[in-house]
Design a protein. Structure first.
Length: 243
């Protein structure tokens, strides 16, 4: 999962992150399917043969670039991420997939993107739950909206729910068991469960949808869900907001 947390940051510069590509599918059920469905939706949104310039927020690891770019030579990508090591993984995967000429990777935040450039679509996959607080989450989503052309889609996925409730705890216990059955250590899954509310800041799915609308997106539609993870596609409103 990707990052951008200020309260208790994960060490995304630790050499252990080089195992990310191998371990993340063991932790998230349907991980590959999430990106494949996103790719199908993006393909349906555009016209065949029409070029598109895509913004990837939290590009470390390279999953979006590889999945969305492999079969579509008309797509170019700009990916941003705070972690140098995670971007190294992305760069390696991009080069191995033969996509290097179509991908630009930037270490930093949305503020570090080329000024004035607007994108045809954006992804923000497994990032939002690392952002602490509603105002910071809204700021990120507004920043993405400002970088999109009117009518452009945003594909967003995150961990959601209300920690401390019976339903959340049931989902978490089941998810932890899923990870352990896939070979993730009990120590690592315990650390993950304990990090909810500190490193991770999930909010109810309805609040995510409200934030999207408040940031300048409309027509929010769900397209993936498993345990505590949800994904939506929404459309940048044709009328820009006053930020």
């Amino acid at each position: 999962m990707n990052r951008m947390n200020e309260r208790q940051p994960l060490d995304w510069e630790n050499p252990a992150v080089y195992q990310y590509e191998q371990t993340i599918p063991l932790k998230i059920p349907g991980y590959a399917s999430l990106y494949e469905i996103t790719n199908r939706l993006l393909s349906a949104q555009g016209k065949v043969g029409e070029s598109s310039d895509i913004l990837i927020v939290g590009a470390g690891g390279g999953q979006e670039c590889v999945t969305l770019g492999a079969e579509h030579e008309d797509r170019t990508f700009t990916g941003i991420d705070l972690s140098e090591r995670m971007l190294e993984i992305a760069a390696r995967r991009v080069e191995a997939a033969g996509l290097k000429q179509r991908v630009t990777l930037i270490q930093g935040t949305i503020e570090n993107l080329p000024p004035g450039r607007l994108y045809d679509a954006a992804t923000c996959m497994l990032v939002l739950h690392f952002i602490q607080g509603l105002s910071a989450k809204l700021q990120l989503l507004r920043g993405i909206a400002e970088r999109l052309k009117p009518g452009a889609p945003l594909f967003l996925s995150s961990i959601n729910g209300e920690p401390g409730t019976t339903a959340f705890d049931l989902q978490m216990r089941t998810w932890v068991r899923h990870m352990q059955d896939n070979g993730v250590s009990r120590e690592e899954t315990a650390k993950f469960a304990e990090s909810i509310g500190t490193t991770y800041d999930p909010i109810p799915a309805i609040q995510v949808q409200e934030l999207l609308k408040g940031a300048g997106f409309e027509q929010v539609s769900s397209y993936f869900g498993v345990y505590l993870i949800d994904a939506w596609v929404s459309i940048q409103a044709k009328q820009s907001l006053s930020m």
